[in-house]
Structure formats: structure tokens, C-alpha cells
Design a binder for this molecule. Structure first.
Ligand SMILES: C[S@@+](CC[C@H](N)C(=O)[O-])C[C@H]1O[C@@H](n2cnc3c(N)ncnc32)[C@H](O)[C@@H]1O
Ligand code: SF4
Length: 401
């Protein structure tokens, strides 16, 4: 996760860079239920409106929380499927808050209504994130339900009216990229606290539809717009959070954006980016799925590390016998192709390894979604030559002119 707004703030109010530090325990994204009232085209959990047997009971969830607390996990993001379809979601949320976790609710927003907003408010969720993948019909097509946009907007407005911190989460592909400017306007007009921009990751239905992924040029334009918007709002005294996920090359892209626009700040931003350190899957971000299986992050459901019913999360997370976990935790990661030669590897840490693995079977080759030019990563084709990922024709590899 790349926090754009933190770096934008550094342009006007620099703070001293410190060493890269790992948090005491990972942030845990917990898919408590796989059932969902939507069937989004890109959904990594391949959710649908059907029962998935064998999910953790309330008592099992509480037991796992004790272990997470003892392991210094600071943050729980309660997700799904659609978490509001779990009858005990409020009980779980209340318990998590009582235990002192920072608790986020990750919802499609369509089921937030007059009938449950009091209970949502009363839990005291630290953050409610609602997905909006476009405006109106674009969102409805992406999420495959007519009326979904209006229902999600109702949910967002109900949260905002109660003063609950609410954010919009948007996953960009070529299909909905044109809606980004309008979404950013909506975030400002509606007084929404946070905008989370997610790059498509090649997991679940998102892998099946990876041919829809944004072209590199589209991604670069989106980043320029995000940085410009965040800066403009900040300078107008409106400090919203802007965050990206699933492509840590964004940090390197920001360095070049700063070097062009504010050259006097470039070295400071580079130091801050090194302190951040890029992709944290398997290190500071963890996932537990609906059946209690632990994964390095939400996009690795095809790699099981162990089940919390059989071993505590703390033991599973610390076990390096799985080669993927050992490789993710290794610093610096051992990577091939352009990533291996990149002069900014210490900034992005090789980004998400999922796309490389899904395309080639090898998680350590270059990320095909790195949209930076050779010049921007300080390499020439001769440096990586034969180590290129052999991309399939549907994977966009358009380089900037
Ligand atoms: C799996 S959903 C669960 C919570 C809720 N149902 C929702 O849609 O917000 C969590 C978030 O992951 C995003 N997501 C799902 N599949 C993805 C993929 N393949 N790549 C990137 N983001 C994805 C969704 O858009 C959503 O914002
Ligand atoms: S992305 Fe969220 S709303 Fe869409 S199908 Fe998956 S779990 Fe449901």
C-alpha cells in the first residue's frame, strides 16, 4: 500500500527520514465470509450469492483474535465476500474494538441502509471502505448488478452523515479508467475522507479477466491525475487520504514526478520512499480467508500457508518453510528480469509478485504491470535482455513514448 497523501504532505512540511522499520505484527485482512450479493468481474475471492460451507464460527473467530492480539497485530480489516451478510458481523466488530484493534469494514456498500446504520455507527469502526468502480452504469457493469451504484452511494452517504470515516475503493482496468476524473470529483463533492486506488491484481476472476488490465499509459495518466489532485486539495487545505494498492512501482513513479515538478524535494522524497520500502505482502500484510486458511495477502488464495484451526496464526506467519513466504520475507527479494536490475528495487521491493507468478508460474520474475520506462528504473535492455517475462499477447506491455 502506497500512501500518496503522506508523501505529498512532505513537499510542504518535510519530516526527518528514519530507518525502514517493520511493524510489530502484520495488518490482517480477514475475509470472514465468501458469500456476496454481487459477482464482480475482477473479484479475487470469486464470491457469489451462495453459501460456502466450513466458515469459521463466531467462537473460532474470537479465539483467533486472542492469538492475533498476542502477536501484536494492530489492524483488522473485516472483509469478504460481503461482510454485512455475516449475521454475527456486529458481534465480531464490537469484540475486535473492545480488544483494542483498529477495525476497518470493507464492504460493497449496497447493504448499508437505514436498518443497520445505527448498529454500524454504534460499533465505532475506525474506517468503512466502500467499493466504487466507476460512476453509474460503469460501476453496475463492473459489479454486474443494475442499481449497485445508487445503493453503494446511499451507504456512503449514510456513513458520512453519521461522521463515520468513509472511503471509496476503486479498482482500475481499461473498462473503467475513463471514470477516474469523475470519481475524484465525487470524492471531493461528497466530502469523502479517503480514496483508495487499486491496480488490478491477477487473482480469482481478476486473473481470468486480466486481459482487461489497464495499459501502462493509462496507469501513468491515472497516477499523474492522483498526484495532481492530492496536491491541489492539500494546497487548498483539504487533507484527504489518497492511497494506492497492488502496484508499488507507484512509489518510484512518484519520485520521478517530484523530480520533474519539485526538483528541490526529490532527494528528501527518495529518502522517505526508502523508509517506506515498498511491497509488504508476507511481511506487514497478511490474509485469513473464510475457511481460516492463512495467505501472504489477499491475492494469494492459491497459496495456503496453514489453517488457524490447526495452528495459531502466529506460528503459521513465522514459519519460513514455505518457499514463497521465505522469498517474500527475504530482504532484498531475489528477483529476475527488469525488477532484478532495477535501481529502485529498495523503494518498491518488487511490487506484488502475484502477476508474475500467474503468468509464468515463477513468482520471482519481473512484474509485467511495472509501467516504468527503462530510463526511469536506470537500466537498458542489455542489462536484462534474455530474462524478460515472455508475456502472453493479451498482457499489455505498452511503454511510454
Ligand atoms: C473482495 S472485496 C470484499 C469487500 C466487498 N465485497 C467489496 O467489494 O468492497 C475487497 C476489495 O478488493 C477489491 N478487489 C477484488 N478483486 C480484486 C483484484 N483482482 N484486484 C484488485 N482489487 C480487487 C474489490 O474491488 C474490493 O474493493
Ligand atoms: S469484489 Fe466484493 S462485491 Fe464484488 S463479488 Fe467480490 S466480494 Fe462481492
Amino acid at each position: 500500500m502506497f500512501r500518496i497523501s503522506n508523501f505529498i504532505r512532505e513537499l510542504d512540511h518535510p519530516t526527518p527520514p528514519g530507518p525502514h522499520r517493520n511493524a510489530p505484527g502484520p495488518v490482517v485482512i480477514w475475509n470472514l465470509i465468501r458469500r456476496c450479493n454481487l459477482t464482480c468481474k475482477h473479484c479475487y475471492s470469486i464470491s457469489a450469492d451462495t453459501d460456502f460451507p466450513g466458515e469459521l464460527s463466531t467462537a473460532e473467530v474470537f479465539g483467533v483474535m486472542d492469538d492475533l492480539k498476542a502477536f501484536s497485530v494492530p489492524v483488522l480489516i473485516l472483509s469478504g465476500g460481503e461482510p454485512l451478510l455475516r449475521p454475527d458481523i456486529f458481534e465480531i466488530g464490537r469484540h475486535a474494538k473492545k480488544m483494542g484493534f483498529y477495525v476497518g469494514l470493507s464492504s460493497n456498500g449496497t447493504l448499508i441502509g437505514e436498518s443497520n446504520i445505527d448498529r454500524i455507527d454504534e460499533i465505532g469502526f475506525d474506517y468503512v471502505g466502500v467499493s466504487l468502480d466507476g460512476i453509474g452504469a460503469t460501476h453496475d457493469r463492473f459489479r454486474r448488478l443494475e442499481g449497485a451504484f445508487d445503493a453503494s452511494m446511499r451507504g456512503i452517504r449514510l456513513c458520512a452523515a453519521r461522521g463515520i470515516k468513509v472511503g471509496v475503493r476503486y479498482t482500475m482496468t481499461e473498462d473503467n479508467a475513463a471514470d477516474l476524473p469523475a470519481l475524484l470529483r465525487l470524492v471531493e463533492d461528497e466530502g469523502i475522507d479517503k480514496f483508495y486506488f487499486s491496480h488490478l491484481n491477477y487473482a480469482g476472476r481478476g486473473n481470468k479477466h486480466r486481459g482487461d488490465d489497464a495499459h501502462h499509459r493509462t496507469t501513468r495518466e491515472a497516477m499523474d491525475l492522483l498526484f495532481d489532485t492530492c496536491l491541489a486539495l492539500h494546497r487548498r487545505g483539504i487533507d484527504k487520504e489518497f492511497v494506492t494498492g497492488n502496484n508499488d512501482a507507484d512509489g518510484v513513479y512518484m519520485y520521478h514526478w517530484v523530480a520533474r515538478r519539485f526538483p528541490e524535494c526529490a532527494e528528501h522524497i527518495r529518502a522517505k520512499l526508502l523508509q517506506w520500502g515498498g511491497n509488504a505482502s508476507g511481511v506487514n500484510v497478511a490474509n485469513i480467508d473464510n475457511l481460516g486458511v492463512v495467505h501472504p495477502d489477499t491475492m494469494w488464495w492459491h497459496v495456503p500457508l496453514g489453517n488457524v484451526r490447526e495452528r495459531p496464526f502466529s506460528e503459521i506467519w513465522s514459519d519460513l518453510s514455505n518457499p514463497l513466504m521465505a522469498g517474500l520475507k527475504r530482504h532484498p527479494r531475489l528477483l529476475g528480469g527488469r525488477c532484478g536490475k532495477c535501481k529502485f528495487l529498495a523503494v518498491c521491493n518488487g511490487s506484488s509478485r502475484v502477476r508474475a507468478q500467474q503468468i509464468t508460474g515463477d513468482p520471482w520474475v519481473e512484474d509485467p504491470a511495472c509501467y516504468l520506462s527503462d530510463e526511469e528504473i536506470g537500466v537498458t535492455a542489455a542489462d536484462y535482455g534474455s530474462e524478460r517475462v515472455k508475456t502472453t499477447p493479451f498482457v499489455p506491455r505498452r511503454r511510454p513514448a
